[in-house]
Design a protein around this ligand. Structure first.
Ligand code: NAD
Ligand code: TYD
Length: 378
């Protein structure tokens, strides 16, 4: 079947993996990458597929309703996979307006453009899909109830041996009440509500997924894993917020992209699916794995860079623990992560070390000013 799909935010971290997967796997589809190219968007992430005949890049702001609507009409778009967002919690603390603008108003502009276009067609909603990519952060924060760890409802390939254990007995399930704490997660929560409202009010065929923290190649080095890999390489301090006790649930980005592919095609309309690999790590434990891995791969003595760890002022409103329960996705659609965490981290560290040009490119200019501003007062 031929389809024309807009993927928003396709030049960003997760988006480029989703675009690549769709362009390569579905030559019969036309894939339109709609991206504003903010600081986080980078066309160098898509060099390997930019000349494929079924791929088109359009530089556009999702808030630009008129042009988004026009593009949908011109291209006869029947599917939207919406990833474009401002995505970094620390930036949202400094500048919440941009987050409300892009994540809330931008998502609404996209929804309204799709609604008007699809409603104008004779077949209306038939064969259409609006897939909104969201985050586990909308559920708020979980407690660290059991420092020894307990067995989560499922283990997956992503859970590494030692970290089969969870740090509490509660998990984020799809029916949980939203309790966002940061301006980032509040704006994502608002956009999730709008997507569901478009289904409930107008009958738009929507689906929403909430995923845990992603890691892998092409992530902008303001986020923990690429930032720390680069700092370890250059022997710069590693700014650990608070005591490093916060827990995040990590999933390799290509496993997220595979889940998106499956849910776009087989997920039920109006459903929500949580995506995660039951792979919880305390920040400080993860940072030690990163140090050991970078040291080893650079031929240094493993662990010799541990003294780069620098405890700094905690993030305001820092969520203590995220832990996704993805049982529904595993049982209903048969998704499973493909990679164990240690393999994923090894691949990721290798990628950043092998792609120093990419890192140098994105960390020049404005980035240096951002970095100094973000960390100078901590
Ligand atoms: P990212 O910041 O790396 O990329 C965002 C992309 O969106 C960039 O290419 C940027 O240019 C584009 N963009 C931003 N504002 C835009 C606008 N107004 N119009 C058009 N394009 C715009 O983000 P990411 O980490 O790839 O996250 C993608 C999506 O997945 C986001 O919606 C995020 O909330 C969600 N998510 C991320 C994670 C994670 O761990 N990174 C986890 C769960 C969910
Ligand atoms: P981050 O990668 O920003 O993702 P998120 O806040 O969306 O989970 O941060 C992951 C964890 O690492 C989070 O608990 C905050 C912490 N962190 C640090 O300790 N130092 C840093 O410099 C950064 C960027 C994050």
């Amino acid at each position: 079947m031929r389809r024309t799909i807009i993927i928003t935010g396709g030049a960003g971290f997760i988006g480029n993996h989703v675009v690549r997967l769709f362009v390569n796997k579905y030559p019969e589809y036309k894939i339109i990458n709609l991206d504003k190219l903010t600081y986080a968007g980078n066309l160098a992430n898509l060099k390997d597929i930019e000349n494929k005949p079924n791929y088109r890049f359009v530089k556009m702001d999702i808030c630009d309703f008129d042009n988004v609507y026009k593009l949908m009409q011109e291209e006869h778009v029947d599917g939207i996979i919406h990833l474009a967002a401002e995505s970094h919690v620390d930036r949202s603390i400094k500048d919440p307006f941009t987050f409300a603008q892009t994540n809330v108003m931008g998502s609404l502009s996209l929804l309204q453009a799709a609604k008007l276009y699809w409603e104008s067609l004779p077949e209306k909603w038939e064969g259409k899909r609006f897939y909104h990519i969201s985050t586990d952060e909308v559920y708020g924060a979980l407690e660290l109830t059991d420092p020894e760890g307990i067995i989560p409802p499922f283990t997956t390939k992503a859970s590494s041996g030692k970290h089969h254990l969870a740090y509490g007995s509660k998990f984020f399930t799809e029916d949980l009440k939203y309790q966002p704490h940061s301006p980032y997660s509040a704006a994502k929560a608002a956009s999730d509500h709008f997507v569901r409202a478009f289904h409930d009010t107008y009958g738009m065929p929507t689906v929403v997924t909430n995923c845990s923290n992603n890691y892998g190649p092409y992530q902008f080095p303001e986020k923990l894993i690429p930032l720390f890999i680069n700092n370890i390489r250059h022997r710069k301090p590693l700014p650990v917020y608070g005591k490093g006790e916060n827990v995040r649930d990590w999933l390799y980005v290509e496993d997220h992209a595979r889940a998106i592919d499956l849910i776009f095609h087989e997920g039920k309309v109006a459903e929500t699916y949580n995506i995660g690999g039951f792979n919880e790590w305390k920040n400080i434990d993860l940072i030690k794995v990163l140090i050991n891995t970078v040291d080893r791969l650079l031929g240094r003595k493993e662990g010799e860079d541990m003294d780069l760890i620098t405890y700094v002022t905690d993030r305001a409103g820092h969520d203590l623990r995220y832990a996704i329960d993805s049982t529904k996705l595993q049982k209903e659609l048969g998704w499973e992560p493909s990679l164990q965490f240690e393999e994923g981290i090894e691949k990721t560290v290798r990628w950043y070390l092998d792609n120093q040009d990419w890192m140098d490119n994105v960390t020049s200019g404005d980035y240096l000013r951002y970095y100094e501003d973000m960390y100078s007062n901590r």
